[in-house]
Ligand binder design. Structure first.
Ligand SMILES: *Cc1c(COP(=O)(O)O)cnc(C)c1O
Length: 440
């Protein structure tokens, strides 16, 4: 990017603050009433519904091969939990009033992170397409048959590849290997060793890169294109990932109902989603808007050193800007969020419906991780702790509340921190994190 452009960009106060690595809040001036947006969405309710039905078709298979999904009938879903003790602590740190909840995608079966939603959906869709086209699978038939050896033999002729900072690789790799594919995961330098070890133990080929996420994706895409039997899961552009994430909207609505937590005009719901390239939080936010409309307010949270979505949204440039363009290094302890350039596809979809983006410094992650463990007995990985990243920005949130006339209803509000990963972290690595937190 040339210098003139950069100077112009820095006139935007949010961009300038982000470029100086300050914790930054950006409220979306393009946010529109959802009733207006609903008619012009580039992704439709029917598409999300198809994804939901697909996951249901595969449920009999999933409950067989991943017995931890059997109690939920083969659905990959996570608990929703009130966190009253953590809430007290967050309040001391300035959190707004209302009831605090944790959406525990950290404990999603199979892959232990939010990537179990989108990643598994995309692998299943590809497999369904292949098996139907080959006449091996028939519409209306129970998909339990996919566990049979002839299906594994069939899929073993194909390859699935993906570029990842870690968790997407786990999700795609574990699901693909289970079906019988040759799975190849291209891991960026940020990926944790244990994630690579776990994948290799499951027979997945892990290719390591010394550079960042963008490079791992680029190489994965290039290598996959050279092989006609290889399918590339494209985190930068994939609609099928997005749809898998979006299914979360109706599922959360059901959980809120079951727990008697109303969401309506006088009971606003605020949701805080840790963001890397934007696919997972974008898909989930999209599903939430479809389910709750204007009564849900979705915010993304990012590390100060990897605030690509804030830059893309605040400038409107989307994938036309990277953190490097404003002199930021992209280095963060939040490995799952270590992305330098946002998805263009997701940023554009989010333009009229995202409430805002907050950045937080890495130094907050481990203290929140330890606090959640002490107060609630729940372990989540450091990246997922970005879900509390709105707390230091309560001043800006108050502005938002006033601007939207929500002030009278804040005592009834629910704040949902979307915990995006953690249950697969090995106990030795957990110990390291806790020791690091204790020595701060
Ligand atoms: C991948 C990931 C995210 C964000 O998802 P994106 O699609 O990259 O925006 C958040 N938290 C964790 C733990 C992740 O692994």
């Amino acid at each position: 990017m040339d210098k003139v452009n950069l100077e112009k960009l820095l006139q935007n106060p949010a961009v300038a603050a982000a470029a100086s690595l300050k914790e930054t809040a950006w409220l979306n001036p393009g946010l529109r009433p959802f009733a207006q947006v609903r008619e012009q969405l580039p992704v439709t309710w029917e598409q999300v519904e198809e994804a939901r039905q697909r996951l249901e078709r595969f449920a009999p298979y999933l409950s067989q091969v991943f017995p931890e999904t059997a109690p939920a009938g083969g659905l990959i879903e996570s608990p929703l939990k009130p966190i009253p003790n953590m809430e007290k602590l967050l309040r001391q740190q300035g959190a707004l009033q209302g009831k605090w909840l944790l959406k525990m995608d950290s404990h999603l079966p199979v892959a232990g992170s939010i990537k179990a939603r989108g990643g598994i959906h995309e692998v299943l869709k590809h497999s369904e397409d292949l098996a139907l086209a080959a006449g091996l699978l028939h519409k209306g038939e129970s998909y339990a048959c996919l566990a049979r050896p002839e299906f594994r033999e069939f899929f073993s002729r194909y390859t699935v590849q993906v570029g990842s900072t870690g968790n997407l690789g786990l999700s795609i790799g574990i699901m693909s290997a289970q079906l019988g594919y040759h799975a190849v995961v291209h891991m960026s330098a940020d990926a944790k060793q244990w994630k690579k070890d776990l994948l290799r133990a499951k027979g997945v080929t892990v290719v390591e890169y010394a550079s960042d996420y963008g490079k791992a994706v680029e190489e994965g895409r290039r290598l996959s294109q050279q092989d006609p039997n290889s399918y590339f899961v494209d985190d930068e552009n994939s609609l099928d990932l997005f749809l898998g994430y979006a299914v979360a909207g109706e599922r959360l609505k059901k959980q809120m109902k079951e727990q008697n937590i109303p969401v309506d005009k006088t009971h606003p719901l605020f949701v805080y989603l840790p963001c890397g390239i934007g696919g997972a939080p974008g898909g989930v936010a999209f599903g939430l808007k479809m389910a709750f409309g204007e009564n849900v307010h979705c915010f993304f949270t990012e590390p100060t050193h990897a605030c690509c979505m804030l830059l893309g949204m605040a400038t409107g440039l989307h994938d036309g800007i990277s953190v490097g363009d404003v002199g930021i290094d992209g280095k963060t302890q939040a490995d799952g969020l270590a992305v330098g350039r946002p998805s263009a596809f997701v940023g554009k979809v989010m333009e009229p419906m995202l409430s805002g983006v907050f950045t937080l410094s890495d130094s907050r992650l481990l203290p929140w991780m330890r606090a959640l463990l002490q107060e609630e007995g729940i372990f989540i990985e450091p990246s997922a702790c970005a879900a509390f990243g709105a707390v230091p920005h309560s001043g800006t949130l108050k502005e938002y509340v006033l601007a939207h006339g929500l002030e009278p209803f804040m005592a009834n509000a629910a704040h949902l921190a979307w915990a995006t990963g953690g249950s697969l972290v090995p106990s030795s690595v957990r110990e390291e994190y806790l020791q690091a937190a204790n020595s701060l």
